[in-house]
Ligand binder design. Structure first.
Ligand code: ZN
Length: 418
């Protein structure tokens, strides 16, 4: 890694175009000056051009030599990269479940670009994806041609995946544009107004979701008003905050009685908040970022989308899994084993906690992981086994639980949703 870092430093020093640009500018300056001389005095044309010959050649030679340096720095760096990272075939490339689903991949990319605020790139991507319909893939599965945004945003059988997909690309874009407007105001200008306005408009839905966003924003406004400093009147700002609380907090009293009373109690500590129990509320640098990420979460939830881009989550999880998959493939190759289970990896991939979205059921009888086709089933006694195991044990008749003496009929088993 050290060698790579040295090459990286070299590339930073030598591999940039700033010197070349300076030298090109010098050449341009020479030409501009010559043009001015000739324009001022037509008779000086021939001698000016003659005088120009040598410096222009020297200047161009200099540019060429600059570019050579850059080229060699890039070459050295790519050699160092090749030495450090030996070329390896990507694991499981023959088992690529997504290659037959170009429409799904295009949609994931389009949605990712839109929700990241890369609107121009998204528009170009959508029009290019629609201009080049997918060709049938090697396994002959029927992939849908996407001729417009609507087909890009629909499931293979034509049903929209989210309600939001009734939106045109433009409508979806304007929603996300609004999200970034609110976020910019929050993050860059510490301006709460657009966020509070949005939360107020969606107050009912937010409450249904059990969200604290609206109250959190209003609390932040209270703290903001309170903390503004007026040198002429030390109490004027806390009193402004009190006035704001009188107007706003009654809306929250049902759910946040404790919090609102506690905030009002801070007035008693107005002159010396730093040494009061309210220190963490009033001097919390993370509050704005917390409000911003809470806003993103609620905004996306209203659109039926997750907080983080699914494409980002999937690619990051994939990148974390790559070394394990690569090793798995190598070991399989050495022992001549085969990867037989299509929907299940034969090894565990350790992912960070935030990448775990639901529990996984492994049948205690067959040791297989539950799938949509083979879901966990709860027996009358409360024990849970996979559907296929249940069918094998019972064969449609009365059976005894493999883990306890209780008998039951397959009809009495209930599907379990994780
Ligand atoms: Zn049992």
């Amino acid at each position: 890694m050290e060698a790579l870092r040295l090459e990286q430093d070299k590339l930073d020093k030598k591999g940039n175009l700033s010197r070349t640009i300076e030298d090109v500018q010098k050449t341009i300056d020479l030409l501009v000056a010559a043009r001015a001389t000739i324009a001022a005095d037509g008779t000086s044309c021939a001698p000016t051009l003659a005088k120009l010959k040598r410096p222009i050649k020297a200047s161009l030679d200099q540019v060429n030599s600059d570019i050579k340096d850059i080229y060699s720095a890039h070459k050295d760096y790519s050699k160092a990269l090749d030495r450090k990272f030996k070329p390896q075939s990507m694991p499981a490339s023959h088992n690529d479940a997504l290659s037959s689903q170009p429409a799904l991949i295009n949609r994931a990319i389009a949605m990712h670009l839109l929700r990241e605020g890369q609107f121009n790139v998204a528009q170009t991507f959508i029009s290019e994806a629609n201009a080049k319909p997918h060709s049938a893939t090697s396994n002959g599965s029927n992939t849908k041609d996407a001729h417009d945004w609507d087909s890009l945003m629909q499931d293979a059988d034509g049903t929209p995946l989210y309600d939001i997909n009734r939106d045109s690309a433009g409508a979806l874009q304007s929603r996300f544009a609004h999200m970034y407007l609110v976020l910019d105001a929050l993050r860059k200008n510490h301006n709460l107004n657009p966020a509070i306005e949005w939360a107020r408009q969606h107050s009912y839905q937010l409450e249904l979701r059990g969200s604290n966003l609206e109250f959190d924003l209003c609390r932040l406004r209270f703290v903001e008003l309170y903390s503004q400093y007026d040198p002429d009147d030390h109490m004027s700002c806390p009193l402004k905050a009190l006035e704001y609380a009188r107007q706003t907090f009654p809306n929250f009293s049902a759910r946040y009685m404790r919090e609102t009373s506690s905030l009002l109690g801070s007035l008693a500590f107005a002159p010396a908040l730093t040494s009061s129990p309210y220190k963490s509320v009033f001097f919390n640098d993370d509050a704005w970022e917390h409000a911003a990420s809470s806003f993103i979460r609620e905004f996306c939830a209203m659109l039926g989308l997750s907080e983080k881009s699914p494409l980002y989550t999937a690619t990051t999880a994939g990148a974390i899994a790559l070394p394990v998959l690569e090793k798995l493939e190598r070991v399989m190759g050495e022992v001549g084993g085969q990867w037989t289970s299509v929907n299940e990896l034969p090894v565990e991939i350790p992912l960070p906690h935030s990448y775990l979205f639901h529990s996984i059921f492994v049948c205690p009888v067959s040791k297989e992981q539950g799938t949509d086709a083979n879901p966990p089933m709860m027996l009358p006694c409360g024990h849970i086994i996979a559907k296929e195991s249940l069918e094998k044990i019972s064969r449609g008749n009365k059976f005894k639980c493999p883990y306890c003496p209780v008998e039951g009929h397959p009809k009495e088993a209930r599907k379990v949703f994780l």
